[in-house]
Write a protein that binds this ligand. Sequence first.
Ligand code: GTP
Ligand code: MG
Length: 254
Amino acid sequence: MGRFHRHDDGTEHSHDHDHDHEADHGDHTGYATGSQRVSVLESIFAENDSTAALNRSAFERHGVRALNLMSSPGSGKTTVLASTLDELNGDIAIGIIEGDIATDLDAAKLAGRGAQISLLNTSNGFGGECHLDAPMVNRALAQLDLAALDLVIVENVGNLVCPAEFDVGEHAKVMVYSITEGEDKPLKYPVMFRSVDVVLLNKIDLEPHLDADVATYVRHVHEVNPGALVLPLSARTGEGMVAWFAWLRAFAAQ
Ligand SMILES: Nc1nc2c(ncn2[C@@H]2O[C@H](COP(=O)(O)OP(=O)(O)OP(=O)(O)O)[C@@H](O)[C@H]2O)c(=O)[nH]1
Ligand SMILES: [Mg+2]
């Protein structure tokens, strides 16, 4: 079955082009196919986008800036967030929406660092989704006191594909890309790399132990997204984190 997909220019279509869309209106399995499938997915994205607009206006009503933080599983989103909260605690009032398929493990790691935290498990009534969408984030917002916040950071579900396709009402998208994932990932998974404003190139402390060259990782990100700001850093040692903190302070002040 083809994969419905949106493009940067706002056009949308299914990649399922091996049959006649007009003639295909479902089959005996009961699953929608062809044009029927496209219209179901169009309405999912339309619902997502209208709720994303609601989320964005709720943020703006309260003067809150919102950021969507994405990556593969284990790239270091939570570790980056833990040091970020420790650094900014007292200066910027931060709310975290912690998205995971299951468990409150990441929410527990971020607790006690001065942030409001709203946990969102996609296995609880959301079908175990591999990404957060705007309606889920809308529900999670009910657990945050936006009037008391300057910045909301959404830690998305660890996945290098799906989260990039769903606007959740954020003002910027940031991804963590760790050098343990391999230098080819921007070329193989361009959709997320193309969708983001900032790439935190994490785990550079491991460069001597890997057959890795940080400059090649940066070059590959810029090959698919020439405008991306790439910040090489290590959430483990703190190297390079100062540039990220500076970017985030400026973003939160906008
Ligand atoms: N060496 C090294 N390890 C790191 C660094 N950042 C994170 N880690 C480790 O990488 C592992 C995964 O980090 P997490 O912060 O849980 O990654 P995540 O992206 O939040 O993972 P999910 O939420 O499961 O998608 C942990 O064992 C971290 O300690 C780093 O800069 N250097
Ligand atoms: Mg995490």
